[in-house]
Write a protein that binds this ligand. Structure first.
Ligand SMILES: Cc1cc2nc3c(=O)[nH]c(=O)nc-3n(C[C@H](O)[C@H](O)[C@H](O)COP(=O)(O)OP(=O)(O)OC[C@H]3O[C@@H](n4cnc5c(N)ncnc54)[C@H](O)[C@@H]3O)c2cc1C
Length: 655
């Protein structure tokens, strides 16, 4: 069949319209670039929209929260895999990034004394300082800012219901990546292929968490398309084995499976994790990182001590039982992560919601910490260690969940919404600058084979349904490259991928162009297969347990070991299948004194937490009661999530 091909010319293509894509488009347009945003979901309907709306803003509580403290926090919690240049950029820009959201309509309540928003008083697990700002209407407030930037933005065109298929690349030779000439898009709503000539592309296409569906709390569009397209075009991916599995997600009922009901901080002062026999498998939960909690659950499951649904019990009952502070805890629970608590209220039994019973929880895929390998300007890099843009795919930029290198082995709660904009703005500026200084594609050759392959897919007769193959892949991914892995499970995954890739070649796709769902399923299946291979290759290179990568058959990485990131680069074999070569990029260890200081601080907090738990209820109750009053503020009003008025506008706050 024939499908119409429409040709367009732009300076910059931005793939995705969540926090990262919208910031990139805004920044590129501000530099004078003509920008096209393509988004398979309606503009701003993305993980940014369904998030809890907690954002990291450095220095909201104390001047001692310096750039170095935040940068160190990110690196130490990420097991020193994050690149210092990226964590430093994050720490430097976290406040301006937050102000970008505010300029586009976010209205926090402002603390006039500190000329900034209020932070939630309890630091999220792994943060050594309270700096997470909560918002009424959660992620909707952030996605509205994203929507505003794209739809109201000058010089920005956008296509919704538009699947970015592949990067068009020219000039690749001798195994070195070439330069971007644009990209091919399937616009489902008009039933056309759109061939977009542009010297720069910003990939802001989110993560790969749908690889683990239904054990994920993210949007279904997280099919790793951006990573796959970048890898097919010759770009490096970094730390792909590092998928964040959020520990406290639901196991049942079926329609709620995978949805998040809390953070480590939800456990509050007395919450613990228990195995199926009631034995404590982790205490001091509220001070732990997500990776520590998920690993504790998956190790108990592997030992045969998990629940029937492969999880563990989050036991909050001790918090709620105390006569005075119990009320404060319940108010804290309702207000600290309001949408997560609403989900718990709908899915769990009434006694569980009152915290008279434990909650059955299981990790679920939440965030992809690895991604496209970039520098601090968001440009694709290649080569040894930090890499250089000269060895990367010229013209490719990435931001948000699509990029890797900033969170390493573990992302701390509330850091992503800020990261979106820190690197969205940098990538947008970088892309506009690149478009200004690099000439346009020399011809349309780079598009021809891409168009031919896409056209050939429509009207394919075959005996395999792509949607069904996707489900098989998702089941295997959870079992083999999910939150717990072994050498054997990695091998099994490779065999499943080979089988499914073979059957994907026999996929049936009807021969109409408008909203062809089977074609879309095939496109996403192809991406999921490519990224599953990338995860497996990186997981094999990471021959020990660290952060989100739990190897049941290997020890934990020693803190004295030289840190390294895994780098994978794809190469299409003769059978057309993308295979990955993995290698290591050295990372500097956080200087010993700084590392020691942070570890001691962390250990001290954990000792204090343990001592607290040992106090008799008559002493403990008033102490916790005072703490909850401090957290909730006068009248238990939970000030951090109150909406702001006109005084919250950026210009007013800066007065
Ligand atoms: C339930 C939940 C709660 C969270 N809570 C918080 C929180 O409180 N604080 C925090 O900091 N983080 C939180 N996060 C994480 C955070 O929301 C996300 O990591 C972040 O918003 C991702 O932004 P992004 O712009 O990178 O991607 P997204 O917002 O996911 O946007 C991806 C975009 O790419 C598009 N896209 C994908 N593939 C294609 C393609 N092939 N062609 C065209 N378009 C494509 C999508 O349509 C979408 O527009 C939460 C996440 C979830 C799921």
């Amino acid at each position: 069949m024939t499908i119409e091909v429409e040709w367009r010319d732009y300076d910059v293509i931005v793939v995705g319209s969540g926090g990262a894509g919208s910031a990139a488009a805004d920044a590129a347009a501000a530099e004078g670039a003509r920008v096209l945003v393509v988004s398979k979901d309606p503009i701003a309907c993305s993980d940014t929209k369904i998030s809890e709306g907690n954002a990291t803003v450095r220095g909201t509580v104390s001047d001692a929260d310096t750039e170095q403290v935040l940068s160190d926090n990110l690196r130490v919690s990420g097991a020193d895999l994050p690149l210092p240049a990226l964590t430093d950029a994050y720490a430097k820009d976290s406040r301006p990034a937050y102000d970008w959201y505010r300029a586009h309509g976010l209205r926090p309540k402002i603390n006039q004394d500190r000329k900034g928003p209020f932070a939630r008083p309890l630091a999220k697990g792994g943060h050594t300082v309270a700096r997470s700002v909560g918002h009424k209407n959660a992620g909707v407030a952030f996605s509205h800012a994203a929507w505003d930037a794209v739809v109201e933005g000058a010089h920005i065109d956008y296509l919704e219901d538009a699947w970015f298929l592949d990067l068009a690349v020219e000039g690749a030779e001798n195994g070195a990546p070439g330069r971007v000439a644009g990209g091919l898009v399937y616009h489902a709503a008009s039933g056309t292929l759109v061939a977009v000539r542009a010297p720069a592309v910003v990939m802001a296409s989110g993560g790969l968490n749908t690889l683990y569906f239904p054990k994920t709390d993210t949007m279904r569009g997280n099919t790793g398309d951006g990573y796959a397209a970048a890898a097919r075009a010759g770009a490096d991916l970094v730390d792909m084995e590092q998928v964040q599995f959020l520990p406290f997600c639901l196991t049942a009922p079926a329609s709620y499976e995978g949805l998040l009901v809390g953070e480590p901080s939800t456990a509050s002062f007395l919450g613990v994790l228990r195995d199926r026999h009631g034995k404590v498998i982790l205490d001091g939960v509220y001070l732990r990182t997500r990776a520590e909690c998920s690993a504790a659950i998956m190790r108990a499951v592997a030992d045969g001590r998990g629940t029937d649904d492969g999880g563990a019990y989050l036991d909050l009952t001790a918090n709620a039982r105390l006569p005075r502070s119990g009320k404060g805890f319940m108010r804290y629970l309702e207000t600290s992560m309001p949408s997560a608590y609403r989900t718990a209220r709908q899915a769990l039994s009434k006694p569980a919601v009152r915290c008279e019973e434990s909650w059955e929880v299981r990790p679920a895929a939440h965030y992809t910490m690895g991604g496209i390998r970039v520098d601090a300007t968001g440009a694709s890099v290649g080569g040894a260690d930090d890499g250089t843009a000269a060895a990367g795919l010229s013209g490719l930029f990435a931001a948000g969940q699509a990029m890797g290198g900033v969170f390493g082995a573990n992302r701390l709660g509330s850091t992503a919404l800020t990261e979106n904009v820190v690197f969205g703005l940098r990538a947008g500026r970088g892309a506009a600058d690149h478009a200004r200084t690099h000439s346009r594609a020399t011809g349309d050759d780079a598009f021809r084979s891409l168009i031919a392959a896409a056209v050939a897919q429509f009207g394919q007769s075959g005996d395999q349904a792509p949607a069904h193959l996707k489900l098989e892949l998702q089941r295997a991914a959870w079992d083999c490259i999910g939150p717990a892995r072994t050498a054997d499970s990695l091998n099994r995954m490779d065999a499943v991928i080979d089988d499914l890739a073979d059957r994907a070649g026999r996929a049936a796709v009807p021969d109409y162009a408008l909203w062809n769902q089977a074609f879309i399923e095939w496109v996403e299946l192809r991406s999921l297969l490519d990224v599953a291979r990338a995860v497996t290759a990186a997981a094999r290179e990471r021959d020990a347990s660290v952060g989100g990568h739990v190897r049941l058959d290997r020890p934990q990485v020693s803190i004295l070991a030289q840190p390294y990131s895994t780098v994978v680069r794809g190469q299409a074999a003769n059978d057309g299948v993308l295979r990955f070569h993995a290698n290591r990029a050295r990372r500097p260890r956080t200087p010993a004194m700084r590392l020691l200081a942070m570890r001691l601080k962390d250990a001290w907090r954990k000792v204090q937490a343990k001592v607290l738990c040992l106090l008799p209820p008559a002493l403990l109750d008033p102490i916790l009661d005072r703490r909850y009053r401090a957290i909730l503020g006068p009248g238990d009003a939970a000030p951090a999530v109150s909406p702001g008025g006109p005084a919250a506008a950026v210009a007013d706050a800066a007065e």
